[in-house]
Design a protein around this ligand. Structure first.
Ligand code: CAO
Length: 479
């Protein structure tokens, strides 16, 4: 890329008279240094440090984190895990509303908060206080990315419009989560389940006979936070070339639809006939105009279903997801004790099996009910048959292999003690995840004012006296 640019430049540069050309001579020492630093392609030479010891991927990126609840914090926590310095701005007094929501330990930050705000620093600033705005202005000048997920218009009402932020720091990337993109609903506040419903997930989840269902996975909030993180990293990459920031917008409806894209695929297939891999096809139930709920049918081309295992009567999670993958059909027949199905024309081909899936899964279930889900998992895997146990959250919390990979991490917190959090699900071989506990409210206020913003002790005292970083003292009630 750099070489191409260089070539274009030399082609378009007007010819200068030889005498007018300014020849800048590099001293031999500088020449050697620049040769050492670069590979000749504009990139630094490959580090010789051992993997994992060359700093973290986003080291040097500073994030002004105006996020709250779940969607935005998911994004900024990931950036922090990747090494960014994430400065979470919170309202003095209460901070992020989730600190106090779904509390399990009295007077300690909730798990809702702690599991979404690890590895960040917290500063309290009242953005509606003139002194608070002064601090924010300094932060805007020093940060690379501003991330927010306020209700539509809230950032503008603070005075932090895109135009203002861009003028103050043209390199700033301003990233937002909103419920909806531009259109009829753009001014609406949105929570997780609203997004799941508006993005097409709820109408396609659940059983045909039942109402639409939302899923436990937070595809609206955390899913959109993930999308936003990718947008930010892309904008940071583009900024290397352009030198300027840009707006990044992820609407939760769009994020959910992106994750539900197979259902929009099926919507279009409906125009060409029934969806033969859906159980309702085998059951002879006609399709309507829109994609129906498909129960536990697989969303892909290999039919699957959830089958009972030993203990299902008392254990709500004694189940296995079983996939009748075509290439291992013969092995499936042998293992479940139906060897004649290998050649029986009613079962031998994927097409022949489609109208009989209910019967096939009933037979598989008869077999799996004789063993635990883990025994079944082991047995089928010996034959390369894809399947998976339905794991409870208790089992996941106790799973040692997830601890070993850092996907589940135990951290210690000064007021709540040890808790489990989800570490970085994205593993980079040269950037080990930096998973630390969440900050207390305003824990890093002084340190940020001093070290990041360069305020002197007297100025910090003045800021404190102004009330811009602390909640107004509660007046004692008269006796
Ligand atoms: N100092 C002073 N005021 C502050 C502040 C600070 N540090 N931080 C926030 N505020 C103010 C905002 O300025 C805003 O004030 P105004 O409305 O007077 O301008 C106010 O706090 C509340 O912000 P909000 O409207 O975003 O919060 P809410 O609780 O009413 O709504 C939510 C929450 C999530 C519905 C809304 O923020 C939203 O729709 N966000 C976008 C979509 C989203 O991310 N949803 C996912 C949420 S997780 O399920």
């Amino acid at each position: 890329m750099a070489t191409q640019k260089k070539r274009n430049k030399s082609r378009t540069r007007p010819a200068l008279k030889k005498s007018a050309r300014k020849v800048v001579k590099l001293s031999s020492a500088r020449k050697a240094a620049s040769k050492k630093a670069s590979n000749g392609n504009g990139l630094p030479k490959p580090s010789t440090k051992p993997y994992g010891q060359a700093g973290l991927a986003l080291q040097g990126v500073r994030v002004l984190d105006f996020t709250h609840v779940q969607s935005g914090p998911t994004c900024t926590q990931l950036l922090a895990y990747m090494g960014a310095d994430v400065i979470k701005v919170e309202r003095p007094g209460g901070g992020d509303i989730t600190r106090g929501q779904l509390r399990d330990v009295p007077n300690a930050d909730s798990l809702y908060f702690t599991m979404l705000n690890g590895s960040k620093r917290s500063i309290t600033i009242d953005s509606k206080h003139p002194k608070g705005m002064e601090i924010l202005n300094r932060l805007i000048k020093t940060c690379d990315v501003l991330v927010e997920n306020f209700a539509p218009g809230a950032l503008d009402r603070m005075g932090l419009t895109w135009e203002y932020v861009h003028k103050t720091n043209p390199r700033m990337i301003v990233a937002s989560v909103k419920g909806f993109g531009p259109g009829p609903y753009e001014d609406c506040k949105v929570y997780e389940n609203v997004a799941q419903c508006a993005g097409g997930a709820a109408s396609t989840t659940g059983f045909r006979e039942g109402p639409p269902l939302v899923t436990g996975a937070q595809i609206g909030d955390s899913g959109t936070g993930l999308h936003l993180a990718l947008g930010i990293v892309s904008a940071l990459y583009q900024r290397i070339r352009t030198g300027r920031g840009q707006k990044v917008l992820c609407a939760m409806q769009d994020g959910v639809l992106n994750l539900a894209r197979v259902k929009l695929r099926d919507q279009q297939r409906l125009a060409h006939g029934p969806l033969t891999e859906y159980s309702q096809y085998g059951e002879g139930v006609p399709f309507g105009k829109a994609v129906p709920r498909a129960g536990n049918d697989s969303g892909g081309g290999q039919p699957g279903w959830i089958v009972k295992c030993k203990g299902w009567e008392s254990d709500p999670d004694a189940y296995l997801y079983f996939i009748t993958q075509a290439p291992v059909w013969e092995a499936i027949c042998d293992v479940i004790g139906e060897p004649t199905w290998k050649t029986d024309p009613d079962f031998a081909t994927p097409k022949a099996r489609l109208p009989r899936l209910k019967q096939i899964f009933a037979r598989i279930e008869q077999f799996t009910m004789t063993m635990t889900k883990f025994e079944a998992m082991n047995l089928f895997n010996e034959h390369d048959i894809p399947c998976g146990p339905i794991l409870s959250m208790k089992e996941i919390a106790e799973e040692q292999s997830l601890r070993a990979t850092g996907t589940v991490v135990e951290v210690d917190h000064p007021t709540r003690g040890k808790y489990l959090t989800v570490g970085n699900p994205i593993k980079l071989s040269d950037s080990p995840a930096d998973v630390r506990r969440s900050p207390l409210l305003g824990e890093h206020t002084d340190e940020i004012l001093k070290d990041v913003l360069g305020f002197k002790a007297a100025e910090i005292a003045e800021i404190k006296a102004s009330g811009a970083i602390s909640a107004p003292e509660k007046k004692e009630k008269a006796a």
